[in-house]
Design a protein around this ligand. Sequence first.
Ligand SMILES: Nc1nc2c(c(=O)[nH]1)N[C@H]1C(S)=C(S)[C@@H](COP(=O)(O)OP(=O)(O)OC[C@H]3O[C@@H](n4cnc5c(=O)[nH]c(N)nc54)[C@H](O)[C@@H]3O)O[C@H]1N2
Ligand SMILES: Nc1nc2c(c(=O)[nH]1)N[C@H]1C(S)=C(S)[C@@H](COP(=O)(O)OP(=O)(O)OC[C@H]3O[C@@H](n4cnc5c(=O)[nH]c(N)nc54)[C@H](O)[C@@H]3O)O[C@H]1N2
Ligand code: SF4
Ligand SMILES: [Mo]
Length: 718
Amino acid sequence: MAKGQISMKTGEDGLHPTYCRICEALCGMIATVENGEITALAPDHDSVHSHGHVCVKGLNMIGVQNDPERVTHPLKRVGGPGEFERVSWDEALDDIAARLSAIVAEHGPEAYATMYGNPPSFGFASFMAPRMFARAVGGTRTFTPSSEDTTSTMLAHLLLYGSGSFVFPDLVECERLYVFGSNPLVSHGSLLIAPRIREDMTAIHKRGEVVVFDPRRTESARAFTHQPLLPNSDVWLIAAMLTTIADEGLVADAFLGEWTTGWEALRDALRPITAERASGFTGIAAERIRELALDFAQTEKAATMGRLGICRGTFPTLSNFLMHALNIVTGKFHRRGGFGFGHGAADTGEMLANAGMTGFRAGASRVSDLPSVVGATPSVTMYDELTQGEERVRALVGSGTNAVLAKPGGHRLEEALEALDLYVALDLYVTETTRFADYILPATTFLERDDVPLTFGGHMVRPTMQYAPAAVKPRGEARLELFILRDLAVRMGLGEKFPEVDPMAAADHLLRTGPEGDGSPTGLSLKLLAENPHGVVLKRGRWDFDLKKKLRHPDGRIHLFDSMIGDEIARLCAEPDPVPGELRLFGMRKLRSINSWMHNVDRLVRSDRPLLLVHPLDAADHGIAEGDMVRLSTRWGAIEVEATITQDVVRGSVCYPHGWGHAKGGWTRANAQSGANFNVIAPSTPDSAEKISGMSFMDGFPVTLERVGKAGELAAAE
Ligand SMILES: Nc1nc2c(c(=O)[nH]1)N[C@H]1C(S)=C(S)[C@@H](COP(=O)(O)OP(=O)(O)OC[C@H]3O[C@@H](n4cnc5c(=O)[nH]c(N)nc54)[C@H](O)[C@@H]3O)O[C@H]1N2
Ligand SMILES: Nc1nc2c(c(=O)[nH]1)N[C@H]1C(S)=C(S)[C@@H](COP(=O)(O)OP(=O)(O)OC[C@H]3O[C@@H](n4cnc5c(=O)[nH]c(N)nc54)[C@H](O)[C@@H]3O)O[C@H]1N2
Ligand code: SF4
Ligand SMILES: [Mo]
């Protein structure tokens, strides 16, 4: 085929339509393939999903794809951490199979645990692989980023709807959008798929108003109405808004009567939380809280969205629960311009359930009183699970996670990983985490695998579907995670428990039997998608579904109250007032970074320097000047970082990005970058997590700040 022509055949010269799997926007891209290699990545202007939108990370994925430091052959540990030697696949897999079988024979299947990270969860097959392997071996402990990302909102969904299907705002018709703890202009949205979210939000602001609740004047806050507040205080704000709405009689009685239970109990429990009381915790005037509540209730097409900023404080489940309740109680639920479930090629809640990821298990943790939510073992128990007692984890397979930088107390995991009898990592790099592995097995990038974004099908703002065949064959000896782990299972004699899967045949089956499959107006199938390389728009749109089928509590209603929620409200009401002078640390994402894993791409990092944002009054209190090095400490650890003074953060808070602190991985460019590992100081013992969900406390925890010197002076002294 001539260069410049569209091709759907892996490795063929030409232009390959694909989509980015770095973040949830799933932007359409065109990969230019020449002589079996990707030579350029460009926006896909014909994409029916993103219409030419991409960001700088997507375009620079080529820097990871072709990175000379990428691991493209199996590596075996031959010395201290990070000392590896190339081996053959057979040698690696035979040795791993023998050692893992022996560990399981001696200590039982629970001696094996699974760990996976963010990037593999974007692929249909790469997401299934670690779960299927765990099921075959029998170990149930599963460490994922959920404890830092989704667990609390998942629990709120389960309590309200009895289901794990995501509920999200209708950006298309909304006229008043309240954004709690999300920075979509940088993150491109999460738990809702909308690649052109900047345009959606701009249009809403033109029709009415977008209010961004955030302790930092973020890129999104600057673009719309910014409502600053203290970190870890939204729960007070939202509770007081609900109380105001109840007092003013702005409640959608008909909807509540038909679809819900528990409103009276919720209202009564929240009664002590007045706007005046909330004002002391949030730093927002009581009058303003009432105004925000009334504006929301009185706008017909209003909705909220909330993300990490309300998912990781000390009341993350209650914060999410009340944020949903705000929509439900004011009649915005399941209504155009409002807030509700989605409809697409697949139902997320059902898919999670089919993957064995269901429900809530109280007291599931061996080493703490924490539960498991949707199959995730709380991150803050990982150190103890790997190091304590006879029943400890002795063997771990990790796919696509840099836990040492990503998990609270990541630095302690170095010791825990090194103590394992066997740690096998499926990854693209020797990282701060995989350097402790006995083997690193080279995984594929998303450009090297066939995919359909089925797991995202249920929460697209404008539902579409696309089939992206691998643009190129895997580099070197890299292999699909699913094939690596199936091969390993077979070598362990577990082939029957881990059946051979053809991922795209499985995807075709799900497409055809799903809500937009055979017999539906769209008639989705892999064949239809293959005939439409830039994607297919689902004809019925987001709102065309039967609400009754999505509500999974036995009574078919939304539960606005629950004993767990009652207990959480009582715990909230007993909270002491904020400590004067206390500083709270919260996090930040930047456009040119994705967590920790694209920092070896020079074009992405060369203009970046992680800095601690400090408010001028707090800087004065602590004798800190621009560019000073400061020590941040908690009872869990201490880091030294460079400070910058700015009005962008609210007084009483400091802000620092995560994913930094590279030093000892096999990524030279990343190692050269300044910055410290946020998670050294993050609360990381089981007592620090939210009791009911096991969610890590990562935003708004108290820190001590002290000046240690000028950045330049310190560097010169070293
Ligand atoms: N460029 C880029 N995009 C990404 C990522 C990335 O690393 N880089 N990561 C991806 C991933 S894994 C995820 S999960 C999503 C996350 O998507 P988002 O949640 O939209 O991303 P964040 O930028 O973390 O936004 C959280 C916001 O909460 C604010 N915040 C912190 N504490 C509080 C608080 O107590 N209250 C309130 N109201 N706000 C608070 C922070 O200042 C921040 O602006 O982003 C994804 N997209
Ligand atoms: N302090 C603090 N900590 C946080 C967060 C925060 O906001 N603040 N955010 C949390 C959130 S939301 C998340 S999602 C987590 C992310 O946590 P992780 O997923 O553990 O961390 P990443 O930095 O995304 O590292 C991903 C790893 O996957 C590898 N990789 C990339 N692509 C592939 C692939 O296709 N297959 C395989 N097998 N490997 C691949 C990369 O080389 C890298 O080693 O971090 C969490 N940690
Ligand atoms: S916003 Fe950027 S990183 Fe996210 S999917 Fe689009 S191109 Fe990829
Ligand atoms: Mo995440």
